[in-house]
Design a protein around this ligand. Structure first.
Ligand code: SAM
Length: 281
């Protein structure tokens, strides 16, 4: 049997300081060392719970060397807790290199269940939860962002993104431009904090909320969207049939325009359907 210590992955509150488990507090108090994303930030939590365990930083800029040092400590028998600034470490947070190294060295890794913005937001969203994709943060560049959003919407499962206050309006405008109009959205803001808010509806509803007050654009956000399959959403059968007849003889945009005018339907939705029909062969 190995005499190595154990690495504990310890989730910390994403808002309200009370949202931490009794087991997480005991673990943080009993380990030899706490590896924290930002030791000064975590000091507030540790002081609040009168935990005096020594801390060491492990963040995106020092993760490679720090992980090597922590592995040595674990192999020498020390136990270490890994925490990030908020929520579950490794979920859009540092820790992957360390956990991967532990696994390759047969060091025990034990993850404690706890707060995570992704699951908190999803569970209250009202969007389908049976299948979902978590994308983390969207790319900053417009073209890459648009491509990611489109592939998310085309997947027809609930898609979840972390978003910063600096970019949330820009991201919603990209959704308005790129995604089918029948896409449903939920924006979860400031979870477990005083100004916790869920805004749901179509893209116009979300943009109207952000535009209504400058304070609405501040805070931490989780954006969720779900774009049901267009046929399920109800393109009338006769319209789909006409579109399928036209697609082999004219470009998708033109075919969508003809059918939209003929049946008084949404052109963008028909265009999306045309692209999907072409892709499906
Ligand atoms: N590891 C964290 C977790 O388990 O959720 C996520 C860390 S990531 C660096 C930070 C992002 O998570 C924020 O930009 C925001 O998108 C989301 N987030 C964290 N706390 C949140 C909260 N209280 N309300 C809404 N979103 C939150």
């Amino acid at each position: 049997m190995s005499d190595a210590g154990c690495l504990y992955i310890v989730p910390t509150p994403i808002g309200n300081l009370s949202d931490i488990s009794a087991r997480a507090l005991t673990t943080l108090a009993e380990v030899d060392l706490i590896a924290a994303e930002d030791t000064r930030h975590s000091a507030r939590l540790l002081q609040h719970y009168q935990i005096s365990t020594r801390t060491i930083s492990l963040h995106s800029h020092n993760e490679a060397q720090r992980s090597t040092l922590l592995i040595e400590r674990l192999l020498s028998g020390q136990s270490i807790a890994l925490i990030s600034d908020a929520g579950t470490p490794l979920i859009s947070d540092p820790g992957y290199t360390l956990v991967n190294l532990c696994r390759s060295q047969n060091i025990t890794v034990s993850a404690l269940p706890g707060p995570c913005a992704l699951t908190t937001a999803l569970s209250a969203s009202g969007l389908p939860t049976d299948t979902f994709t978590f994308f983390g943060f969207l790319p900053v560049k417009q073209q890459a962002k648009a491509a990611k959003l489109l592939s998310a919407a085309n997947s027809c499962v609930t898609s979840i993104f972390y978003e910063s206050p600096r970019r949330v309006t820009d991201t919603l405008r990209a959704c308005q431009q790129e995604l089918p109009s029948h896409t449903r959205y939920v924006l979860a803001k400031e979870l477990s904090k005083s100004y916790e808010t869920y805004v749901s509806g179509d893209i116009a509803d979300l943009l109207a909320y952000l535009d209504a007050d400058a304070s609405h654009q501040k805070g931490e956000f989780v954006l969720m969207l779900h774009c049901p399959n267009q046929v399920e959403e109800g393109i009338p059968e006769r319209a789909a049939a006409l579109l399928n007849q036209l697609l082999p003889i004219m470009p998708p945009k033109k075919a969508a325009g003809v059918v939209a005018e003929h049946y008084d339907l949404n052109k963008k939705q028909l265009y999306e359907y045309s692209l999907q029909a072409k892709n499906d062969g």
